[in-house]
Each structure stands twice: as structure tokens, then as C-alpha cells.
Design a protein around this ligand. Sequence first.
Ligand code: URA
Length: 241
Amino acid sequence: MRLDKVLADLGFGTRKELKQLIRSGRVSVNGTAASDPGMHVDPLKDEILLDARRLAYEKYVYFMLNKPKGIVSATRDASETVLDLIHEPYRDLFPCGRLDKDTEGLMLITNDGPLAHQLLSPKHHVEKEYLVTIRKALDDQDRKRMEEGMRLQSGEVFRPAEVIPVSDHQIRLILKEGKYHEIKRMLLAVGNEVTGLKRLRMKNLVLDETLEPGEYRRLSEDELQSLRAPEDFTSSTPVSQ
Ligand code: URA
């Protein structure tokens, strides 16, 4: 990989800025000052120093964010996005999936496109679990409709969801798809209304409740392995109350 690309991926500047930085002699590779921005390096093996500080290059990084309400989960927007909450030097980070602006909870932020594709592809039916606060109690018929799957007047179909009652005004809902405003539209279709929505889990990755809204941390190795495991070989477990 080109030396200037490694530094750019780590967020040390634009390729143009990095060319200058490298030519100024501030970067060394395996103990020798580098002068060629196009020099080929292996960022996982070579010792690369910037101003005598060792750079730790990781191709892919994974952060669990407790998304607060009021922030959009886009990569770019006129207003603040979830990426503005991640203070890391890595470029090309993106949120894995979308949550509405007023939804809070678990959000995976990564630069691992293949894993995100695996988690988000409609083919893989990855489970997402939410704590849903509703305006009024669900009756058995509403619950049955949601559990059997429903067809809206528009013809759109929602696949069966698992409904776990928590209290009169709260349910936990497990979906295996992620359509636009799905939970809000599902509840509207049974004459109810979502007044609060929090994502608790995606596949086997459970929101770390010690994270305050807006806080994030790296995924542990175990969390990452269970996200990567093929769906057939893992048993996704609902979040215990
Ligand atoms: N369903 C919704 O309606 N909104 C979300 O943010 C997620 C699922």
C-alpha cells in the first residue's frame, strides 16, 4: 500500500498535505526516513513513525455507539450526524444501517463494508431488537397481526415480528428486516403510535447500557466474532429484562 494512503486512511490529512509531510522527513519506515509518498509499505508489518510516534494501522475498526435522540444516522447532513460523535482518526467510517432521528440506542459504526453488507442485506434476515414505547396497550388481535406479518393498504408487506410484552405501554419487538419507519408504520397500522424507540440489539450485539447516549466504545473481540459468525451458527438471544 502507498505510504501516503496509509497516513490518509488514518486521518492525518489529505494526500496533498501528506506528500508534503512525508517529503519534509517527519515520517520514517523501519528506522529510515521516508521521502517518497508513493513508497510501498505493509501497514500491518512495517514500523511507521510520524514525529517518532508509532502508528497503529488497522484496516477495519468497529465502534458501538449509544445513539442519542435528535442526531441523524447519515454519513453527511446539514445537521450533526452520528459520525460527528466518533472522535477517531479513521476515514471512511459509516453507520451500519439507519435509525430515525428520534430513535436512540445501538448503532454500529465501522469502515468494514463487507460486514455491513452481510448484516444489512435483506437476504440474511439479521435480527434487530427494539424497546418500543406505545401510546396505548396492544390487544391480542393487534399483537397477532404483527406476529403474523401484515400487508398495508399500499400493498407493502411487513414480515412477521416477534412481540414481547413488557408493560401496558412498552413492548420489545424483534424484526428480521429493516424497512423505512417500519416499527412506526406497523404500530400505526394497528391504530397505535410509537412514542419512544430504542434499539437494544443487532444479531448478537447487545447495547452496552453503561454507555450514556452519545458515548461509544470499541467492540470486544468476542462481540466482533459473534457479529461475523454466519447467522445459522449463532442463536440470537433476546435481551433479558
Ligand atoms: N423502525 C422505525 O420506525 N424507526 C427506526 O428508527 C427503526 C425501526
